[in-house]
Design a protein around this ligand. Structure first.
Ligand SMILES: NC(=O)c1ccc[n+]([C@@H]2O[C@H](COP(=O)([O-])OP(=O)(O)OC[C@H]3O[C@@H](n4cnc5c(N)ncnc54)[C@H](OP(=O)(O)O)[C@@H]3O)[C@@H](O)[C@H]2O)c1
Length: 284
């Protein structure tokens, strides 16, 4: 039974919600990057050895998808070697490693939701580094849970929702990509899924996202409409946007394994987004 958790990458968007959700139920020891750099193998070993957590929940990552293309060394240091360091320390202390990964490990060529057994073929350096991290966790310790999620937003970090709200105040028209499909996921809902998986005997890979899917354009329209902003939202193609990192055209995750094994399901992306917007707009 899990009682004590070491939460890495505290300060990041998901980690802040995860800490809030887990703290009432577990002893949660949080570490920011400045307190524990997961790239530092000795520091990771020492921290896990002295804290002796039942589980390490790794929210630390280098998440700037476009910057990863030019900073591949950093991407692999954090997203791959960092996970290797955690996995080795977890194996030694017999702790569970719960690691967060991404839909960007897939190439987006499928037309139906991706299952955990579908082949990972990442398109970007970010996706490749995250896949390498997954492989280290899988190879080093049997006691691992890898949670792949998608299109995260939450109050604790910069995200698409905040960007759209800001741009909508500054512009009359927004041009948003309409040929990439995924599932926006609220970090608070994902944090409850993390708790459900910690409470279960789960092992291996789990896909977890809010239910349903949309394109970035449809997502932006819902944000703007909910906020009552008069800005025009126009659909564009990925090619028109010209971003450095390639992204999967279709990145919807099949979450049945999570639902079957925990008996809980995340609500629809629309319902989660509406509640998040209500709290976010209330604070402005
Ligand atoms: N955001 C998304 O849309 C999305 C989608 C799917 C999956 N995910 C995955 O979900 C997880 C959480 O994402 P997020 O959006 O919450 O990311 P985030 O806000 O960027 O948080 C990541 C945290 O990790 C810290 N960090 C970076 N390098 C570190 C190191 N070497 N040692 C320790 N900490 C380090 C960062 O600190 P600094 O800020 O100081 O660098 C930051 O606080 C990640 O694994 C990500 O790959 C994210």
């Amino acid at each position: 039974m899990i009682k004590k958790i070491l939460l890495t990458g505290f300060g990041g968007m998901l980690a802040q919600d995860a800490a809030a959700v887990l703290q009432p139920c577990f002893e949660v020891i949080t570490r920011r990057e400045q307190e524990l750099d997961i790239c530092d193998a000795e520091a990771v070993q020492a921290a896990v050895c002295s804290i002796r957590p039942d589980a390490v929940v790794n929210c630390a990552a280098y998440t700037l998808v476009d910057a990863c293309e030019t900073e591949q060394e950093k991407a692999f240091a954090v997203n791959a070697t960092g996970v290797k360091n955690l996995a080795l320390a977890c194996r030694q202390s017999e702790s569970l490693l719960m690691h967060i990964s991404t839909d960007y490990v897939f190439d987006g060529g499928k037309q139906a939701p991706y299952t955990e057994t579908d082949a990972a073929r990442p398109l970007s350096a970010y996706g490749q580094s995250k896949r390498a991290g997954e492989q280290y966790a899988q190879e080093i310790t049997e006691r691992h849970v890898i949670i792949r999620s998608s299109w995260l937003y939450g109050s604790g970090g910069n995200n698409f929702v905040k960007t759209i709200l800001r741009l909508a105040q500054e512009n009359k028209e927004l041009r948003v990509v309409d040929d990439q499909r995924g599932s926006p996921t609220w970090t608070r809902d994902l944090s409850h899924a993390i708790k459900a998986l910690l409470d279960s005997e789960a092992r291996g890979i789990y896909h977890v996202s809010n239910q349903g899917s949309c394109t970035w354009y449809e997502y932006a329209r819902r944000i703007v409409e909910h906020a009552g902003l008069g800005v025009q939202v126009r659909p564009i193609t990925t090619d028109e946007l010209k971003r450095p990192a390639p992204r999967p055209a279709y990145a919807v995750l099949d979450c049945k394994r999570f639902i079957n094994d925990t008996g809980s399901a995340l609500r629809t992306w629309e319902s989660a987004l509406d509640e998040y917007l209500q709290s976010e707009l209330h604070e402005v």
